[in-house]
Ligand binder design. Structure first.
Ligand SMILES: Nc1nc2c(ncn2[C@@H]2O[C@H](CO)[C@@H](O)[C@H]2O)c(=O)[nH]1
Length: 461
């Protein structure tokens, strides 16, 4: 709650920094998934070269074969990439919840960003290095593993840091995460339409996230020079003092006033709980179990949402091709209809939560509501995927894929952001940092569950 004498967020500097930091955390994942055609073509052409059958075909997309590779996907690239990106995210999010006590936040955040920058530079250099397909696959997978591991530490640490600011700033961070994919898709489209040779195009594409990560590092250090941010950091350092207690209690009462009768009852209960918890303690201890009991509906919602999304995106959706033979449309079909649409609608979905938070924090049916998104799994599996064994194509027309993608991504963005915004509303102020950490863990769990499921759905195709 802001008071008259609190410093203001001048020129929305902290808002913009949160947006850019959010963008920075998801650049690795988005730049790698959007470049799936480049990796697949490269694995394909390196295999051809080894068998003496090389043709200099386009690597960011191959228009001569309807935008997809004619080589069989022996490496199962999409699925491995999804899994090896999300598994370290889960493991390192867990790791971060232990190491945050011993490694200072500045070291974790700046260190991870520098490591991400170095790995992006390495990926850009790799574009120009010739090697056999197996070595290229191994090196790419190792890069994906490490870049996402650092990304997890970065994300966990930033979510923790943002809980010290009002909720609006967490929404901005989530919006920034949503923007990262759009940024990657636009970078891909720009480099593809530059007309340069395929290797130079890929190089230009991978240099973009290097610049993006560099800007994020600069923004992070700038945060410590903004009065508004420093005020909130210092407030958290004195949160065991009387000032904090008073402020907390006043805030609870205001919550009660704003929410009417039921809100007041809740505020009184919360007040009692806060008082009981603070007696004789320097810093209030927080029980994971107590917090989990309060936020389990939100946690389950985020696991289901990401579980469904990652089970088909991008492993299956990146395989859908246009039914038409028009060269230009085929080349741009997947980057536009899969990645650009997903990311724009995902971002819109996330941003809606800054205006509407429906259904509210007390709705128990939120997990069921988001589980209904499972319908998108068979719908995408029945779209125009040339490489399939068991199923046949039912939704041949490109329009079907576009319609499914719009609703799939809009609902993903909304049901990701909604529980992340509602969870802190269900706990006491001193429990919000633990809530942030727990929700980040469940977010990563959902992503890993989805990545695991994608192998099953791919096998069913
Ligand atoms: N918050 C968050 N979302 C992610 C991460 N990796 C993938 N996603 C989301 O997964 C979906 C598919 O890319 C998008 O909504 C992404 O924002 C991550 O590390 N953190």
């Amino acid at each position: 709650m802001s008071r008259k004498n609190d410093p203001q967020d001048k020129f929305h500097a902290v808002t913009i920094i949160c947006l850019i930091l959010g963008l920075g955390t998801l650049l690795p994942w988005n730049f790698f998934i959007t470049a799936i055609p480049y990796f697949q073509q490269r694995l394909c052409s390196e295999t051809h070269k080894l068998s003496g059958n090389h043709s200099e075909n386009s690597e960011l997309s191959d228009s001569s074969n309807n935008g997809t590779t004619k080589c069989r996907d022996d490496f199962n690239f999409n699925n491995w990439m999804t899994l090896l990106a999300q598994l370290p995210l889960l493991l390192c999010t867990l790791l971060n919840s232990f190491i945050y006590r011993w490694i200072p936040e500045k070291v974790r955040i700046a260190g991870s960003m520098l490591a991400i920058l170095s790995l992006f530079i390495f990926t850009a250099i790799l574009v120009k290095v010739e090697m056999d397909a197996q070595s290229f696959f191994d090196l790419t997978m190792a890069t994906i593993w490490f870049i996402n591991a650092f990304c997890a530490i970065l994300q966990g640490s930033l979510f923790g840091l943002l809980t010290l600011f009002p909720q609006h700033y967490s929404s901005m961070f989530l919006s920034g995460q949503g923007m990262a994919g759009t940024f990657a898709a636009l970078a891909m489209l720009l480099s593809m339409s530059s007309g340069a040779d395929p290797r130079t195009t890929a190089l230009g594409y991978f240099i973009t996230p290097c610049v993006g990560t560099f800007i994020s590092i600069t923004c992070y250090f700038l945060l410590y020079h903004v009065d508004f941010a420093n005020y909130h950091f210092s407030k958290s350092n004195t949160n065991s003092s009387k000032t904090y207690e008073l402020e907390t209690k006043t805030e609870l009462l205001h919550q009660g006033e704003e929410n009417g009768d039921a809100g007041q009852k809740k505020a009184v209960l919360l007040l009692k709980e806060a008082e009981a918890g603070s007696v004789g303690e320097e810093k209030q201890s927080v029980s994971l179990w107590t917090v989990l009991k309060k936020i389990w509906v939100m946690a389950l919602t985020i696991v289901i949402t990401f579980g469904v999304t990652l089970s088909v995106f991008p492993a299956i959706t990146a395989k859908v091709v246009s039914r038409y033979d028009h060269e230009g449309w085929c080349k741009f079909f997947n980057p536009v209809c899969c990645f650009l649409i997903f990311n724009i609608m995902d971002w819109i979905g996330r941003s809606i939560t800054s205006k509407i938070l429906w259904p509210g924090p007390d709705c128990k049916y939120l997990p069921l509501l988001t589980a209904s998104r499972f319908i998108f799994v068979p719908l995408f599996m029945l779209c125009n995927i040339p490489e399939r064994t068991y199923l046949s194509t039912f939704f041949l027309n490109d329009v079907w894929f576009i319609i499914f993608m719009i609703f799939f991504s809009l609902s993903n963005g909304y049901f990701v952001s909604l529980p992340m915004c509602l969870a802190p509303k269900k706990v006491l102020p001193h429990e919000s940092e633990t809530t942030g950490a727990l929700m980040t863990f469940f977010l990563a769990l959902g992503l890993s569950v989805g990545a695991g499921l994608s192998f099953g759905f791919k096998a069913l195709l």
